[in-house]
Design a protein around this ligand. Structure first.
Ligand SMILES: C[S@@+](CC[C@H](N)C(=O)[O-])C[C@H]1O[C@@H](n2cnc3c(N)ncnc32)[C@H](O)[C@@H]1O
Length: 234
């Protein structure tokens, strides 16, 4: 998990950020997927449970973080139908082991967490576990990492009498990596009940860098809606 993500705040914020757009755009891309799909970095399962509605395929949800995986399993525990169909893999992407290659793979908001050397080594590993012609879908935002900027408010959510607020600062960045500081605060009125500061890195490769890595690993680009990239194993 990126060092600056708070599992406590994750769902509260994610359901209002990338999740609605992904839920709108992914179903058409997955229309032909019937047998198996792997979600790399499934997090708390916000996309996993939707996946089960869009495709009849068996689902493999890979998530290395114990805290994120605990939330994912908690979500699945309430859905006996999904417990039949979703296998949770407690490893990171490089440690992926499957009995047979999958028909499709998803990486939703995971790319930014992958250090460049790791990312370059990962594409062939994933290709090896993907069926020939199989689909790889990534969320994607061009433009490189964000420029340094001071701490600013990102979002707030009410939970009963308390407010959950996240702010962030970009401390420094180069052509691919940004160092980010996140501040997670729970307040009741003016009283601060808890405050946690997390610092970590986010990676946003340039388009040419990512394209060359994927083409070099044997993927061919396919059509995808804005904000997503789709590739097929040659
Ligand atoms: C921003 S969360 C996205 C979670 C989920 N895909 C979603 O859209 O809600 C990124 C997830 O990627 C996972 N992750 C980070 N590095 C990873 C790696 N090397 N292999 C697999 N997952 C990783 C993190 O643990 C985290 O749960």
């Amino acid at each position: 998990m990126a060092d600056y993500i708070s599992p406590v705040f994750y769902d509260l914020l994610a359901v209002h950020s990338h999740v609605p757009g992904v839920r709108e755009k992914l179903p058409s891309l997955l229309a032909g997927v019937r047998r198996s799909v792997l979600e790399v970095g499934a997090g708390t399962g916000l996309i996993t449970t939707s996946l089960a509605e869009w495709t009849p395929a068996e689902i493999f949800a890979l998530e290395p973080s114990t805290t994120m995986r605990a939330i994912l399993l908690s979500r699945l525990a309430e859905r006996p139908d999904l417990l039949e169909r979703v296998t949770v893999l407690p490893c990171d992407a490089m440690g992926l082991a499957l009995d047979e290659p999958v028909e499709a793979m998803l990486m939703i908001n995971v790319l930014y967490a992958l250090e460049p050397g790791y990312r370059r080594r990962l594409w062939p590993v994933l290709a090896d576990r993907l069926e020939p012609g199989g689909l790889l879908v990534l969320t994607w935002r061009d433009g490189g990492p964000p420029k340094p900027r001071p701490m600013r408010h990102l979002d707030s959510r009410r939970v009963g009498r308390h407010t959950y607020t996240v702010s962030s600062e970009i401390i420094e960045s180069d052509d691919e990596r940004a160092t980010c500081r996140y501040l997670y605060r729970i307040t009741r009125g003016d009283e601060v009940l808890s405050e946690e500061e997390l610092v970590g890195h986010a990676y946003r490769p340039a388009w040419e860098v990512l394209r060359d890595e994927l083409v070099g690993a044997g993927y061919v680009r396919a059509a995808a809606p804005d904000g997503l990239l789709a590739w097929r194993r040659a």
